[in-house]
Each structure stands twice: as C-alpha cells, then as structure tokens.
Write a protein that binds this ligand. Structure first.
Ligand code: HEM
Length: 384
C-alpha cells in the first residue's frame, strides 16, 4: 500500500495520484492568539506526519497510554495501513482578514492577492453552512476509514482552538492526476479527468499549479513570497440533479459534455486522449462539439490557455424527502492563481454551459495551500 511523505517542498495531496476517498473539512478558528494558532499548525503537522506514515497520533497512540486518561489516538485506524493517506492544509481569506476587517493574527499584510474572495457567479445557490472557513484540511486515502480517522483526530487536536464549520465525504475520485491511472467516472456516468493536468507534465505543473516567488513580486499586496511552492485550492460543492439527467437521451447527454459516454472521445473524433477539434463541423455546417458543450467552454483554447489540476470526488449525502439522491460532485481544483484560472473558467461555464440545467453550486471555498513543511517543521512555517 502507498505511503506518501508529509514533509517536502510541496504538500502531498495535490499532484499525488488521486486516491479513491476524500474527507474534507473547513474550520473556523476560535478566539485565540497568534502563538496559539502557530501551535495548532505545529500540532496538526506533527499528527499529520504520524498518520500519513500509518502511525497513531500522540505520544502513546490508541492503547498504550495511562489507563485513566482518554487515549491520544481515537483508535479506529489501528491495524490499518496508511492506504495512501495525504493531509493537505490550507488557509482561507478570513484567516488573514476576518469578516469585520480585523487582523486577528497580524498576517493581513501578507495575504496574497491571489487569495481574493471568489466573486458571485451567475446562478450560484451557495448555502452558508457549506461555504468559507479560516482553515481547511483535505484528507485523501484509498480507505475511507483512514481518511475519516485523520479528520476526526485533527479536529480533536484542534479542540478549543478551531472547530469544524463544514465537511464533506467523497468517493470515486473524479480525476486522474497521473498518466498511469485509468480515467474514473462521475455520477453523470462520464469519464472525468481525461484532459486534466497530469503529474508527469512537470513543465505544465510548474506553470499552472505551483505559486512562485516571482508571483509575489507582482503582487499588489506585496509580501506573499511565503507561498512559493504552494498552490491555491478552490472547492465547490455541486449538486447534480441526476434524476433529471437520467431521463435525458444519450444523444443529449453526449452533446452537453462534448464527448462520447462510452469511450470519452471528443465529438470531433478519435479516441479518449485525442485532441478535440473545435473547428470541425458536420452536416449543415454545425460544429461537431456544440458551442455550449462543457468541454469546449472549459478548454484552455476558450480560456486564454489556462488550465487547473482537478481533484474532485463524487458524493451522495443521503436523499431528500421526495426520494431523490442528494448527489453531486465535490469539485476541487489546484492552481497558481484562481483569479486567472478557476474564476474566468467558472464565469464562462456559469454563463454558457449546457450542463448548468443539471447543476447547482451549493458550497464554495478558496484556500491558500502553503508549500510543504520542512522535515520536523510545520505547514505555514514560511508565513509565521
Ligand atoms: C472536463 C464533467 C464541473 C472544468 C470535463 C469532462 C467532464 C466534466 C465529463 C470531460 C472529461 C475530462 O476532460 O475530464 C463535469 C461535471 C461537473 C463539472 C459533471 C459538475 C458537476 C466543472 C467545473 C469546472 C470544470 C466547475 C471549472 C470551473 C473542466 C475542465 C475540463 C473539464 C477544465 C477539461 C476541458 C478540456 O481541456 O478539454 N468536465 N465538470 N468542470 N471540466 Fe468539468
């Protein structure tokens, strides 16, 4: 089973081959001091280093501590391997500047310009209880119990300092992030992740995913060099009205995506990994890939050449009282600057995408994901 290092130049869980399961949590920080915030990040990093190595948290783990004290580790991952666990920590806009404009931790001046609040997109139906947060943790693993154990123990460690604002379980990665992985499918039944950025494309990853020191120099707010080697995470909880989708013809479904459902090939021809030809026309001169098809509107050709590394997961959170599945895509993407990547692409999609009829964006978050911690250090050490 895979084991990924916690310490390193970049945080794991970004270009790491996408694992099967997700537990994502957004946290609000309580009324604590800057020093207490730094201690929290140190405690989280130390625990994350243990858990990603497959070890229990704390000095004594789950069953070796004092008999009359609660155990350091909650215990449900005892005997389980790390199962490719990665723990990725991010900082939301409100960590730097709280809603009332206060600079709680003396870092307002170091908020990167790239960590701008997301604009309101047409048809956004955001629910307060799935939106925002001061901190986030993305835990990914091939074993759902291991991912849940990680978030549970990190939120337990945060007790009195930060508490969960909202969280999301996900299954069935909807992206491949390496060329060795088969493309999985989302809940519309289509292959998802075909045209994603892959870890092997290191020049593209450097250009589109990692923040660089030179970005900070061009940063109106000045002092964001601490983000070099980090990335920006955008999360969107997207409800998919799958019952309506399931009553739609195959012809319509494929036209909306712009790819075939079986093979995942672009409508302009070829196989899954053939480049789409957006100029190709069919009978009567109509474009083979419709002008409102998802892949046309999301493609770099329509978006000034920008891409994102997508790393989302399917979710089914039970059902509503009409018996419809509360299902969708927990969309996660990583990029160098959301202002030139996620935001314009999503603006384009929100205005024109034929898929919108079957989608509702209900949750949202944007987070600065700092570079990886040095051996024995902590995530955020370049900021504090
Ligand atoms: C491509 C589905 C939301 C950006 C695709 C593909 C599918 C798909 C089936 C084609 C296969 C692939 O290349 O991965 C969905 C569904 C969504 C959703 C079901 C919502 C529930 C989004 C959002 C964004 C986005 C919110 C970004 C704002 C992209 C991009 C591509 C893509 C950049 C690759 C386009 C290309 O270069 O060919 N999506 N998507 N998608 N999607 Fe989405």
């Amino acid at each position: 089973a895979a084991v990924y290092p916690f310490f390193g130049a970049h945080q794991s869980g970004i270009v790491t081959p996408a694992q099967d399961r997700l537990h994502f949590a957004s946290f609000d920080v309580g009324d604590i001091t800057r020093d207490e915030l730094v201690e929290l990040l140190q405690d989280w990093s130390a625990a994350a280093a243990l858990m990603t190595a497959g070890d229990p948290v704390g000095v004594y783990g789950a069953v070796s501590g004092p008999y009359d004290a609660p155990p350091d580790d909650t215990g449900e991952a005892l005997g389980l391997p790390a199962a490719g666990l990665t723990i990725t920590i991010g900082f939301g806009p409100t960590l730097f500047t709280s809603a009332d404009g206060a600079d709680r931790f003396g870092i307002a001046g170091r908020r990167p310009a790239a960590l701008a609040d997301l604009p309101h997109f047409p048809a956004d139906a955001l629910v307060e209880t799935f939106t925002g947060g001061d901190l986030c943790i993305q835990a990914c693993s091939d074993d759902p119990q291991v991912a849940v154990h990680a978030i549970r123990n990190l939120s337990r460690i945060a007790f009195g300092r930060a508490s969960i604002r909202w969280s999301q379980l996900g299954f069935g990665r909807t992206s491949s992030t390496t060329t060795a992985q088969l493309t999985p499918r989302n809940l519309f039944g289509f292959k998802d992740g075909t045209a994603n950025i892959k870890a092997e494309e290191t020049a593209v990853v450097d250009e589109q995913v990692w923040a660089a020191a030179s970005d900070a120099a061009a940063d109106a707010l000045g002092d964001a060099a601490w983000m070099a080697g980090g990335s920006y995470l955008v999360a969107r909880k997207i409800r998919m009205t799958i019952e309506t989708w399931d009553r739609t013809s195959l012809r319509e479904q494929e036209a909306i995506v712009g790819r075939t459902k079986g093979e995942g090939a672009p409508f302009s021809g070829g196989t899954e990994f053939s480049e789409p030809d957006f100029a190709a026309t069919g009978r009567g001169g109509a474009p083979l890939i419709a002008t409102d098809a998802h892949v046309r509107l999301a493609h770099p050709d329509q978006n000034a050449g920008t891409k994102m590394l997508r790393r989302g997961y399917n979710f089914v959170d039970g059902n509503d009282d009409l018996g419809r599945l509360n299902a969708g895509l927990f969309f996660i993407c990583y990029q160098r600057d959301p202002r030139t990547q996620f935001v314009p692409i999503q603006m384009n999609l929100a205005k024109n995408d034929a898929m919108n009829e079957y989608l509702r964006h209900v949750g949202s978050g944007v987070f600065a994901v700092p570079p990886g911690a040095s051996e024995g250090g902590f995530v955020g050490e370049t900021l504090f």
